[in-house]
Ligand binder design. Structure first.
Ligand code: FAD
Length: 316
């Protein structure tokens, strides 16, 4: 069976959920081969990759792969594409993953599809484009298909792969070392799931009214085990940190459930959330554009509706 390379996203030795999703997807199309870039792979990480179907685990342990910005990962993958002739390369459609995908496409003279929300036979991808305004089916017709898949597009399902490890020595160009990481600032992890990986996201907008009022959004999120998001109006007002902004100039999320409270549904916000499987909108204005895309809508004051919802959920 043809090999499908999957670039592993990892932090502090742990494999991120999106990688398990990509391995699950890769299994439907060929034989998954995980590519670990950087030092510090643990026995647990290898076991996790094999548990989710990695038949092969390429381990490139050079510190250069993480000490320099993005380019070395693209060179590593280009080297593996040349050596292993995989049927496709899958990366997560994160900010870094998309940049790796673009660089890799140039290096391998291949086509790239970003923001895929599905991938089927013949590597035909469902893709969300133009800021999420249009969904298309796309297929790479040149070189090795490189597909950046959005987190939460596939539910991760375990199914053991052979997990055969192969060490890789990467030969980096000088230009790949041009941009060096000078500092890493650790973000407080907190108890909530990471925004782009969360299965449920509860977001608040200008309708929330103040930084203090964001506690109602957080309480609902916590009752559901969800991440908290915010519209740009809320982050620009300083009510919630920018790192939680959802939208065109914020993060793209694709959860199973997205709850938008006090958010009008501007195109720039939609761009970051409209591929969510189920969308619930809470807004006091029945004409708010968010209702056009919501699966369920509640017309009402979020300061009444959200606490009631939280109480109901807590009872269950
Ligand atoms: P508003 O549009 O002001 O909507 C507030 C909503 O809350 C209204 O619908 C109102 O009816 C409702 N409301 C008020 N009070 C209550 C209440 N008590 N209960 C229930 N509902 C209530 N925006 C983003 O979100 N993300 C981005 O990444 C982003 N990028 C942008 C990039 C560019 C280049 C530009 C030009 C804009 C961008 N924006 C982005 C901004 C975007 O255009 C909107 O201005 C923004 O999304 C509006 O945020 P909002 O829905 O919270 O506020």
């Amino acid at each position: 069976m043809s090999e499908i390379l999957v670039l592993v996203e990892h932090a502090e030795g742990e494999v991120k959920k999106v990688t398990l999703e990509l391995l699950t997807l890769a299994r439907t199309l060929g034989s998954p081969a995980a590519v670990w870039a950087g030092p510090g792979i643990t026995a647990e990480a290898k076991a996790r990759l094999a548990e989710y179907g990695a038949d092969k685990i390429y381990v490139a342990g050079s510190a250069d792969l993480v000490d320099h910005v993005v380019a070395p990962k693209a060179e590593l993958l280009a080297q593996l594409v040349a050596a292993a002739s995989p049927a496709a390369v899958l990366v997560a459609a994160t900010a870094e993953g998309k940049e790796v995908a673009g660089r890799l496409a140039v290096k391998t003279d291949s086509g790239v599809i970003t923001d895929a929300v599905g991938l089927g036979e013949g590597f035909v991808a469902d893709q969300s484009i133009f800021g999420g305004g249009v969904n298309v089916r796309a297929k790479v017709r040149r070189g090795t298909p490189i597909v950046a898949v959005r987190p939460n597009s596939t539910a991760p399902v375990a199914a053991a792969g052979a997990g055969v490890e192969e060490e890789v020595t990467v030969a980096l160009s000088d230009s790949a070392r041009a941009a060096r990481v000078v500092e890493r600032v650790k973000q407080e992890k907190g108890a909530r799931p990471e925004l782009t990986e969360a299965a449920i996201v509860v977001s608040g907008g200008r309708g929330v009214g103040s930084a203090e009022n964001f506690s109602v959004i957080e309480e609902l999120a916590d009752s559901l085990g969800a991440a908290v998001g915010a519209s740009r109006a809320a982050t620009d007002a300083g009510w919630y940190p920018h790192q939680f902004q959802v939208g065109q100039t914020g993060k793209t999320v694709s959860p199973q459930l997205y709850i938008a409270a006090g958010i009008s549904g501007a195109i720039q916000h939609r761009a970051g959330m409209q591929t969510a499987k189920t969308i619930v909108a809470i807004n006091k204005d029945p004409e708010a554009p968010i209702f056009e895309l919501a699966d369920y809508g509640v017309v009402g004051d979020l300061h009444q509706v959200v606490p009631q919802l939280t109480d109901e959920i807590k009872k269950r």
